[in-house]
Design a protein around this ligand. Structure first.
Ligand SMILES: [Zn+2]
Length: 119
C-alpha cells in the first residue's frame, strides 16, 4: 500500500527496485529492457503504470481487469504516438484461476476499507 506517495503503485515500485538492483545490467540496455521480460500484475495497470511498463519495453500479464482506470482496455484514448509506442508490447489478461482473479480483485479494492479510498 502506498502512503504519502502517489506514484508507488506496485508496478512502479517493482520496476524501480529492479532497475536499482544489480540484476538490471543483465536485463537492460541503458534504460530499455531487453526483449522477453514480462511484468505480472494482480490488476490491469493504471495509465501511469501502463505507460512506464511499455516505455521500459516489457509485456504485461494481469490477473483481473481493473475498474475504470485500467489502461489496457482504454489504450485508444492515448495520443497517437503514445498508443503506437505502447502497442509494441503486449498487455493482456493472463491465465488465472477464478479464485486467483477473485483474490486479485479483492486485494485491489481492499484500500477502500481503510478510509484511503473515495468517500
Ligand atoms: Zn498504477
Amino acid at each position: 500500500m502506498q502512503k504519502h506517495r502517489s506514484d508507488l503503485h506496485a508496478e512502479m515500485s517493482l520496476l524501480t527496485e529492479f532497475e536499482e538492483s544489480h540484476m538490471a545490467k543483465k536485463y537492460m540496455n541503458i534504460y530499455i529492457y531487453k526483449p522477453g521480460l514480462i511484468v505480472f500484475s494482480s490488476a490491469e495497470p493504471c495509465p501511469m503504470c501502463y505507460i512506464r511498463i511499455n516505455t521500459a519495453g516489457c509485456d504485461t500479464k494481469y490477473c483481473t481487469p481493473g475498474p475504470d482506470d485500467g489502461m489496457a482496455s482504454h489504450a485508444d484514448y492515448l495520443p497517437p504516438a503514445w498508443k503506437e509506442m505502447a502497442e509494441k508490447h503486449k498487455t493482456s489478461l493472463g491465465l488465472c484461476s477464478p479464485v486467483m482473479q477473485k483474490i486479485a480483485h479483492l486485494l485491489f479494492y481492499a484500500y477502500l476499507l481503510d478510509n484511503r479510498g473515495p468517500k
